[in-house]
Design a binder for this molecule. Sequence first.
Ligand code: FPP
Length: 250
Amino acid sequence: MAPSPPLDPARIPRHIAIIMDGNGRWAQSHKLLRTLGHKAGVDSVLDIVRASRLLGVEALTLYAFSTENWQRPASEVTALMGLLKTFLIRELDDLTQNNIRLQAIGQLEALPVEVREALAQAIGVSAANTGMVFTLALSYGSRGEIAGAVRQIVRRCLQGELSVDDITPELISAHLDTRDLPDPDLIIRTGGESRLSNFLLWQASYAEIYITDTHWPDFREPQLKLAISDYQRRQRRFGRTGDQVVSQVG
Ligand code: FPP
């Protein structure tokens, strides 16, 4: 793989969110069981968390399990939950030593109790860390998250706490699971598919999207740097013209 050009430290994306896809195909190409693809994927998680922290990324969000993933064979779901629990227990010291705060988004009540306990412990212990926010999206689905926000807002309107005219994009953002995070600047999807798969649909409005054919277990620091370098070559216009953006920067 060709080395990526040096990154501009002033333009590291604040928030990187990743759809970690391709574990199954990676396993298949190595003639291994799918679950061993997920196990190899955990090594990529560790490498990408470490690399993101060193690069100065403020927030890293990983899509580890979607609401739709519950439909997978029970043996695969059990294996994934086991990997998650082990990861949370084994890596907690390392996360805290690196000043990383862990949090989770999604329908966490659907997770097995032992995963919820490990998660609560990791979130509690790392709560005061300020180096990087590492968010795991677990049993997460963006449509469910948006529906939850709508329910909360309607309830507040019915109780007279809010009026219908108070409903703005900012108010909706403030009722999502990601309320404490900036919107993602860069969304990476490994495994080559070009879709968002119910991930951060509202928050992705102006994210730069980077899709790579690399399967998640092969996605490590060099591949992350390549994605960031691609991001740094893009002009983010947020609806304005290219000339307007250039004159504002200059
Ligand atoms: C998608 O690949 C991946 C997942 C559904 C799970 C991701 C989980 C991990 C990387 C490991 C556990 C995570 C943590 C944070 C410890 P796929 O199975 O859909 O791959 P395929 O499209 O090739 O079948």
